[in-house]
Design a protein around this ligand. Structure first.
Ligand SMILES: Cc1cc2nc3c(=O)[nH]c(=O)nc-3n(C[C@H](O)[C@H](O)[C@H](O)COP(=O)(O)O)c2cc1C
Length: 217
């Protein structure tokens, strides 16, 4: 009996140890982004604006997928490079999301959402009322550790803000093209939000962009 138990432990131990060391992330599939869509650029620029009144209607998975890809998706799979420029190609900024269903991280490599929690944390994403109604808050988070060996500490906030601005404008243009509304804004309680998003100390919340269906067309 002892021998049977011992061999069972030996067989199971690598499996159990492996499970503890590499927890598998809970991932949500997104539809393939549609790169054939969109209205002409000049019309989209004409319509780009900030929206601060939203209906509570969620946005479709197709919109979410296209918007994330437009924001900072991979447009050159051979190099992993993105739809927005970024400092030294370091890709320090990641897009986190808050919806009525929970909190997520956009995994651009897999074009999937990593589930971080099942709580609605939109109320923590900003100080204005619309943050609670807009279907999704895109939370732009810069991993300043990625700048560590290549930049001076005093430059890092500038690079994070610049990288975020390009992504935010891509999202503005996607929204204008699809008659969605959005506005970039300052984050609310950075500390509480960071906790819900399970951020490390090196990860800084730069800006938030609330997106949804506009209350008035
Ligand atoms: C860095 C930055 C921070 C902003 N912060 C806020 C904000 O906290 N709240 C808000 O309602 N709008 C915010 N905005 C949106 C601006 O108010 C808006 O872009 C500006 O009034 C021009 O309007 P438009 O986007 O419709 O052209 C911000 C924009 C930028 C670029």
């Amino acid at each position: 009996m002892k021998r049977i138990l011992l061999s069972l432990c030996l067989v199971l131990s690598p499996v159990l140890a492996g499970a503890a060391e590499t927890p598998t992330a809970d991932l949500v599939d997104l539809p393939k982004p549609n790169m054939e869509g969109g209205r002409p650029l000049m019309q989209v620029l004409h319509d780009r604006r900030s929206t601060r009144e939203f209906t509570p209607e969620p946005i479709s998975k197709e919109h979410l997928s296209n918007m994330l890809w437009a924001g900072f998706g991979i447009n050159r799979p051979e190099t992993g490079q993105r739809t927005a420029p970024c400092t030294m190609n370091l890709r320090s900024v990641e897009i986190y999301l808050a919806t009525a269903e929970g909190a997520y991280r956009y995994d651009a490599e897999q074009h999937k959402l990593e589930v971080l929690g099942r709580e609605d944390v939109r109320h923590l994403t900003g100080g204005q009322d619309y943050v609670k109604t807009a279907a999704v808050a895109l939370i732009y988070v810069s991993d300043q550790a990625k700048f560590a060996t290549k930049t001076q500490p005093a430059e890092r906030d500038f690079y994070s803000a610049a990288d975020t601005g390009f992504i935010g404008q891509n999202v503005y243009l996607y929204c204008a093209s699809e008659s969605l509304g959005c506005v970039v804004h300052m984050p609310g309680d950075r500390a509480k939000l960071g906790e819900k998003l399970k951020l490390r100390p090196d990860q800084k919340i730069v800006l938030v962009q609330s997106v949804g269906h506009p209350a008035a067309k």
